[in-house]
Design a protein around this ligand. Structure first.
Ligand code: ADP
Ligand code: MG
Length: 250
């Protein structure tokens, strides 16, 4: 289990995260949802170990990781802009992280990730020759081969549209299930968060606004911000939520 306790972070004079507490069960998908600038990426980078926190603790399976460097935490991230190496082909991008640790995955496991993400026909393509959805799949494969204990994704769907978005969304859900991988996803899109995750942490200007299942958030928004942010952005009225998300939200 991942536990975040009382995490705070200030940049210059600005309090960007204020006393964040969160518990995530193994294999759960949790979205960090909030408007632009609310502190989501900062929180993701703090969990990863890329950004230091001013106060607070990160515990994973009972072990205090607060002062453990990024490379020793065993978490991994899919960055918002993919951050692929443009001079390498898809395959070399996927295995790049394994260059100093070839024994981390077997050849068969590597093939399984590549098959799972349907990347076999694209392996020899340069990054510039890949579509947005293919780049995202390479980026996810590259992260999975490192066998992360927690998978972090920063706005994985925001650059994609329509059918491609839906297919990447389903893949993220099957990865979490199939590999029993705890997954934390940053998004500013309430519909994405509501349809993708087991639980959602809604952040407003660095504060937790609400934490709960999609059902709880829709049926019992705990304040005005949640109500307005969710409903306004979805452009739907409460009664239509049933049609969008099914019977459990009635
Ligand atoms: P989000 O991902 O929710 O859009 P961020 O976590 O990226 O928000 O940013 C939260 C706030 O922190 C913003 O006001 C942003 O300008 C500020 N911020 C983020 N990173 C830095 C940094 N390295 N230095 C100074 N300010 C930063
Ligand atoms: Mg962000």
């Amino acid at each position: 289990m991942l536990k975040l306790q009382n995490i705070s972070k200030q940049f210059d004079d600005k309090l960007v995260l204020d006393n964040i507490n969160l518990e995530i069960e193994p294999g759960e998908i949790v979205s960090l949802l909030g408007p632009s600038g609310s502190g989501k990426t900062t929180l993701l980078h703090i969990i990863l170990g890329l950004t230091t926190m001013d106060r607070g603790k990160i515990l994973f399976n009972g072990k205090d990781l607060s002062n453990v460097p990024m490379k020793d935490r065993g978490f991994n991230i899919v960055f918002q802009d993919y951050a692929l190496f443009p001079h390498l082909n898809a395959y070399d991008n996927i295995v790049y992280g394994l260059r100093n640790n070839k024994s981390l995955v077997t050849e068969a496991e590597l093939q399984e990730y590549i098959d799972f993400l349907e990347l076999t026909p694209h392996l020899t393509k340069k990054v510039g020759e890949l579509s947005g959805g293919q780049k995202q799949r390479v980026s996810i494969a590259r992260t999975l081969v490192m066998k992360p204990k927690i998978l972090l994704l920063d706005e994985p769907l925001s650059a994609l549209d329509g059918v491609i978005k839906e297919s990447i969304k389903q893949r993220i859900q099957s990865i979490a299930k199939q590999f029993k991988l705890t997954t934390i996803i940053v998004t500013h899109d309430p519909e994405e968060a509501l349809t993708l995750s087991d639980k959602i942490l809604i952040i407003n200007q660095g504060h937790i606004s609400q934490f709960g299942t999609p059902q709880q958030i829709i049926n019992q928004p705990s304040n005005d911000f949640v109500e307005k942010f969710i409903l306004k952005q979805l452009h739907i009225k409460r009664q239509n939520i049933y049609q969008l998300f099914g019977e459990q939200y009635a």
